[in-house]
Design a protein around this ligand. Structure first.
Ligand SMILES: NC(=O)c1ccc[n+]([C@@H]2O[C@H](COP(=O)([O-])OP(=O)(O)OC[C@H]3O[C@@H](n4cnc5c(N)ncnc54)[C@H](OP(=O)(O)O)[C@@H]3O)[C@@H](O)[C@H]2O)c1
Length: 314
């Protein structure tokens, strides 16, 4: 394995992938890039370099990516603005002579009419990557099963109902551990995955009613699913103080996330319109391991806050 840059290394996915690569090869040559290197002060190892890099600051990326062969480009959070941020990262990779980029996209991200705001960004970044001339692998990560478990179901256990603008849509939620294992496997042998666009899904395609039934069974309480309109869903987010648009300075929500309601409601509509109804067996193909079903994830994270899930063993 040659030097890999993990860009976004201080976040949850970056930490998981770093851990997996080091578990397999303690001397792995990894450059861990973040805007806040102090967050990674506890991460040491013979091949580890921790460097500052900001997707908005091209010079910082030039310094951070130099000397590496592969870039794990973990997508940024700045909805709308991140297309240019990712373009900065791709350009810096080219100047640094990086030979392969592994990019985290979103489930259904290749469908140009996907109404999810996040998919629109990813679609453009995927196109930038594909026209860059650098070898690439795209991981279209479907909705995290941990989000379904903690952000959707946990509040519904309290209220007895789940009201979303997801209509009668279908999804295949995937455990974060399976996303991280898939990324680590691709990063270990990027040439085996050159040009691949993987839809990283869980093991089952579930309707919203299936998801609510599983939640009811795991928590032992009845939960009703009630599809609502986009306007009703936005009004709900307004009532609990979630901003309409993303602001990097916004505080964490009570559930421990930093998403704006325009992004969340557009994701609901994408599910309602069938853009999330995708099931593949690519996690097994890439990792050799069956992905974890939603029910097992829900049991595992039942009593943990979303932002405190850190499942080393999963
Ligand atoms: N499939 C899903 O359900 C789902 C759900 C949520 C998110 N996602 C996507 O998956 C990605 C990874 O998820 P995660 O859980 O690891 O997110 P996370 O914990 O919030 O981490 C985000 C990472 O991106 C870095 N970052 C943000 N803005 C940056 C910038 N301008 N320049 C350089 N680095 C920047 C952060 O580092 P510093 O702040 O230290 O610089 C951090 O390391 C997210 O970025 C998001 O696009 C997917």
């Amino acid at each position: 394995m040659s030097r890999i840059v993990i860009s976004g290394a201080s976040g949850d996915l970056g930490r998981r992938v770093t851990r997996l690569l080091l578990n397999e090869e303690p001397d792995a040559e990894l450059t861990l890039v973040t805007r806040t290197p102090e967050k990674l002060a506890d991460r040491t190892g013979p091949g580890i370099a921790i460097l500052k890099g900001d997707y908005r600051d091209r010079e910082s990326l030039d310094a951070a990516y130099s000397g590496a062969d592969t870039l794990f480009l973990i997508s940024g959070l700045n909805l709308g603005r991140r297309v240019s941020e990712h373009r900065n990262a791709i350009d810096a990779a080219e100047r640094a002579g990086i030979r392969h980029i592994v990019y985290t996209s979103v489930g259904g991200g290749g469908l140009p009419n996907n109404p999810a705001l996040s998919a629109k960004d990813h679609y453009r970044s995927e196109q930038d990557l594909q026209s860059s001339g650098i070898a690439y692998t795209i991981l279209r990560n479907h909705l995290y099963a941990e989000i379904v478990s903690k952000i959707w179901i946990t509040p519904a256990v309290e209220s007895g109902r789940l009201e979303m603008a997801t209509g009668e849509g279908f999804l295949s939620p995937v455990a974060k551990g399976d996303v991280a294992r898939s990324a680590a496997a691709v990063l270990r042998e990027p040439e085996r995955h050159g040009g691949a666009i993987y839809e990283i899904t869980g093991p089952e395609l579930l309707s919203m009613r299936d998801i609510v039934r599983i939640g009811s069974e795991v928590h032992g309480v009845p939960i009703e699913y009630r599809p609502v309109t986009a306007e009703e869903r936005l009004a709900h987010f307004d009532s609990i103080g979630i901003p309409r648009t993303y602001d990097p300075a916004m505080p964490l929500s009570a559930a421990g996330h930093m998403w704006a309601s325009d992004e969340l409601v557009s994701a609901d509509l994408a599910a309602a319109e069938g853009f999330q109804a995708i099931l593949t067996h690519q996690v097994k193909l890439i990792t050799g391991r069956e992905p974890e079903p939603l029910r097992a994830v829900m049991e595992r994270v039942k009593s943990v806050r979303y932002d405190q899930i850190d499942d080393d063993a999963a």
